[in-house]
Write a protein that binds this ligand. Sequence first.
Ligand SMILES: Nc1ncnc2c1ncn2[C@@H]1O[C@H](COP(=O)(O)OP(=O)(O)OP(=O)(O)O)[C@@H](O)[C@H]1O
Length: 520
Amino acid sequence: MPEPKMNLRKGSKVWAEDKNLAWVAAEVTDFLAKQVKILTVTGKQVLIVPEKLCPRDADEEEEHGGVDDMTKLTYLNEPGVLYNLQRRYALNDIYTYTGSILIAVNPFTKLPHLYNVHMMEQYKGAPFGELSPHVFAVADASYRAMMSEGRSQSILVSGESGAGKTETTKLIMQYLTFVGGRAAGDDRTVEQQVLESNPLLEAFGNARTVRNDNSSRFGKFVEIQFDATGRISGAAIRTYLLERSRVVQITDPERNYHCFYQLCASERDAEKYKLDNPHHFHYLNQSKIYELDGVSNAEEYIKTRRAMDIVGISNEDQEAIFRILAAILHLGNIEFSPGKEHDSSTVQDEKSSFHMQMAADLFMCDANLLFATLCTRTIQTREGNIIKALDCNAAVASRDALAKTVYARLFDWLVEKINRSVGQDPTSQIQVGVLDIYGFECFKYNSFEQFCINFANEKLQQHFNEHVFKMEQEEYRKEEINWSYIEFIDNQDVLDLIEKKPIGIIALLDEAWYCLSSSL
Ligand SMILES: Nc1ncnc2c1ncn2[C@@H]1O[C@H](COP(=O)(O)OP(=O)(O)OP(=O)(O)O)[C@@H](O)[C@H]1O
């Protein structure tokens, strides 16, 4: 956002808003009435209103590599920040500080020299800010703070899809296990155990999206627990907000969760569960993408099975998991047509009957009961239960609701299994938590899921405002340091709109739900 007050004179270095480039560097050459004449670095003379200009650091020519901390910029404005990141990125300096915050720009290429043991040794115990900005420095600072203050710490990893949150989380875990490694003799570190369970979490919780072939469709909080001497004593993974709608609805060119395609490519299991081809299943064929570049569904299936073995899931349970996945796919192929009675529905044809029978067999339930569950609703009244028939649309909705619920419960069950395998330390008093959560989302069609994700992000943004802006400014005020206040947008109004009682959106939704259920 351009700065409201700027002292401009001839020769002032500025950033000017530009339709194509977002911002372009320029210099003021003259003033004409209320407009400013500028000469851009691209050689164009432009007349522009001062509101569309921002001051530009004068020393940029000298410092070709940019500054490693944004607070070193004379003018901390949007174009200055973006330009600094761009210059550093060009030199493969993907990390930049803004005070104690680390900005990471996804390199989309392997930079192994940045993450080897030598690097970890360098950052171990080094005062924050002494070495080049790095994710290991942030992990080290939280480990040291935990040890010196005896208090748990959290690292928040946030950004839009594909920004590199999951990779960053893995690097933080790698560093924490390096500094807090278990005593020699332990054959598998917690990091190894958490990382070994990753293929499993990814198979069931990741999917291809427009931005990322392996996008995590759930939020994750990994707690690394330590004993009083600073050694790792356990770990736990908590997951949030799994994108349930993806199980039943996908748009081209996205995919459903990886596990479905893996199962269809598994040969033996696919045959056993009558899953000949993913193209034949409604929950998969809404998008025409079945394969991922450089990834074999069949090989991934074997990796998922291996991860299940490592986590200690018995063969019997593994069979049950894949049986449930197959049941979900068959469930999605049940179609309905209007029944004999008004507003009722029945299974459309023989093909649908086959899928209904398959789903019931795989769920190990009675096919008639499954039919009744999908095509009728039981309403409890004081006089007893009333069974109401559902029309075709309502039957499809109840079919999809069943698929989503079963899948979400299966995912929760898997996370619980992983936690049991990794092992938590109930006596641990201190931990470092790493929160890897979806960033703000805005699609062409936004559902309740986007509402929840964006609400979580608004809460985090407020926490950030509280800590970074308000607390820093309070500190400067106390020390009577001359400091020009940073304008930041307080999002309290947005939070009130969503969560304030009694008339926030959530309270109103609750009320509407209560009214609806009591009127039935
Ligand atoms: N530090 C890094 N070094 C090399 N490659 C990286 C790094 N960070 C991210 N990448 C690349 O970017 C891809 C996307 O990153 P990642 O899956 O971590 O994004 P994300 O922010 O977790 O996305 P989503 O929200 O969709 O799950 C990775 O598969 C990897 O190829």
